[in-house]
Design a protein around this ligand. Sequence first.
Ligand code: O2Y
Ligand code: MN
Length: 601
Amino acid sequence: MTLDSIKHPRLRAWIDENVDMCMPDDVYVCDGGQEEADRLAERLLRSHSFFRLENRPGSFLVLSDPGDVARVENNTFICSRFREEAGPTNNWADPQQMKAELRQRFFGSMRGRTMYVIPYSMGPVGGPLSHIGIELTDSIYVVLNMRIMTRVGQAVLDALGRDSPFVRCLHSVGFPLIAGRYEPAWPCDANNKYIVHFPEEHAIWSYGSGYGGNALLGKKCFALRIASAMARDQGWFAEHMLILGITSPEGEKKYLAAAFPSACGKTNLAMLIPTLPGWKVETVGDDIAWMRWGDDGQLYAINPEAGFFGVAPGTSRQSNPNAMDAIRENTIFTNVARTPDGDVWWEGIGYDPPEGLIDWRGEPYNPALGKPAAHPNARFTAPASQCPVIDPAWEQPQGVPISAILFGGRRAGTVPLVHEAFDWVHGVFMGSIVSSETTAAAAGDVGKLRRDPFAMLPFCGYNMADYFHHWLRMGERTGVKHPKFFYVNWFRKDANGKFLWPGFGENSRVLKWIFERSGRPAGDVSQATETPIGFVPAPGALDVAGLKVSPAAMQELLAVRRDEWLADLPGIKAFYGSFDEFPRKLKQQLETIEQRLRTSE
Ligand code: O2Y
Ligand code: MN
């Protein structure tokens, strides 16, 4: 489509302003259709940026620059007016200074290229919980991924009309094609990445990277960082949470939202196949939830995304058969290995690498070198509609009613398999102390404890102390039905360092307890034992029929150890202490829990 399709004067003026700055050779407005996608994919095939995967219809492989393989937290900025508004957990920069610096980067950055205008909706187009973004980008890879991850096209421009607000997303790979310059397979400016958010003006400027969360600006940048600030101002929640529906053998259905730090198996949980007979889990979303109180007082959630941008390594028929089926076709793979028969391979796919494998760097794979064939952060981008267990209500514009909110992290000790909060404020406290031990794939040393409240540390677009205030305030609304809060830990280990819990489909046993508890009134103690940190399943309350976990291991999984928890508190206190104006209610929760621990048997 041409620029004539833009009927929104402010949008048109913003595009014109950025055309003047970035100087593309051409401007093209995306319609999001199949014909457009085929045409653009063909261009990437011709320039050897894409490989067609003969074994997977409509699917492609792309290999990124080795310097551009993941989100870059150090180069991610929140440019609010004042430093305090970004808080101690964000990189802050002065908005005017940052814009001056960025203007130099963006000046002429699209020369020799086309500027693609992507009108996209986060959430069903026109839905009451949905919001619109416009991304200007010079990357075809971004256009093709955004088409899967969001809803793109004329319907979005129609919903925008002539005057509706939109989030302004400007992106350039920072590699202008000036006369005679060689076009690499993955253009980027790897040494000069900037992922910059202006929460007050709902704007994102991303320069230098073409990868994932840095470049698909609907995802982490809009749906979490900008949306969290919008949600605070407008009275809703933008959260790093999966959403799933769970149905009992009797046919009762509930929806849960769950926040886990990266690398804790969120996609696997969202698509879990229960081992418990008669139970069913269906997926609404695997990464982000936008939630607000409905007129009936229930909390309603939508998945603002339309696709999955999942980690490939470790995904297998054993760990996540539904994801494996979802990526059979129409999928873009990034930084996985390629087989000679036009398929993909990665570590943990569940079978040995075939002969003649080409690794993510485009080299023949040599296992003797000890380097992985796929990059540990290799990804698949697949339409959510292709997931065999996609929930029938996943595109319901008003969202699905949430009965329980789960938090989780990867902890070898201390944290029991599951515990339940006493009330809303305690639930917010639970969210505020989410922490996880780092894995090899994550940044930092292996096994190091990283505090990640609500799994939002890298994604909250404002001061996290205000974020906790927002959660507390939202719970004080009158006439609302609070969902229950739970904290799960699938990763507790025994004294020999062996996982105590089998995980995967067996997690349905924990979900069953949560399902049952979330229907009970506050203070109800059936099926539960009260401990200083919350309710844990009473002996025998967790359905372990047919499960090969010894009673001693079960006891260990559910144990709440005074000394372990007391040892955790100084870290929490230090974290709380790093904020000015931290909510007193959460400090009080900490004191109460400490007191309960000190006076418990
Ligand atoms: O490395 C990236 O660019 C992607 S990070 C990501 C992608 C999908 C879902 N979650 C995450 C995350 O880091 O939480
Ligand atoms: Mn995520």
